[in-house]
Write a protein that binds this ligand. Structure first.
Ligand code: HEM
Length: 122
């Protein structure tokens, strides 16, 4: 079973993205990056992306992770803040730790792209 199915499919991903974005927008370490972003479009992209990342139906049509984040010059602190908000969200939804670990592993697999570094520099 994919993580997508294990955590409850589309309704679980919807709930996770909504709580997650509320946390991100309340987090002074990273919310400035989202000041000028169309949040409704962003929610839909995140939902599609997380669905794909969790092994669900592949309907993500956005930019690749490196292209999407390159202009922001993000650092490890920004990445960790986002990951922390995601973990808190999943805990709030009572997702079991072993699934949280799997989801974080998926996030770590795109870290080099999000931070726009070569794998060896990370
Ligand atoms: C596991 C880590 C991450 C994932 C999976 C992820 C996923 C995404 C996706 C799917 C998009 C939409 C791309 C598109 O436009 O088609 C996006 C855009 C964006 N991400 Fe991330 N992201 C991650 C980390 C971060 C971090 C660490 C930050 C900043 C602290 C960030 C800030 C943004 C912003 C501001 C946009 C909108 C860019 C724009 O519209 O100009 N992301 N991200």
């Amino acid at each position: 079973m994919s993580i997508y199915e294990k955590i409850g499919g589309a309704p679980a991903v919807d709930a996770a993205v909504d709580i997650f974005y509320r946390k991100v927008l309340a987090d002074d370490r990273i919310n400035e990056f989202f000041d000028t972003v169309d949040m409704e479009g962003q929610h839909l992209k995140q939902k599609a992306f997380l669905t794909m990342a969790f092994g669900g139906p592949n309907n993500y049509t956005g930019k690749d992770m490196r292209a999407a984040h390159k202009h922001m010059k993000l650092n490890e602190g920004h990445f960790n803040a986002v990951a922390e908000n995601l973990v808190e969200t999943l805990k709030e939804l009572s997702v079991p730790q072993e699934y949280i670990d799997e989801i974080i592993a998926v996030c770590l697999s795109v870290k080099d792209d999000v931070l726009n570094v070569e794998p060896a520099e990370a």
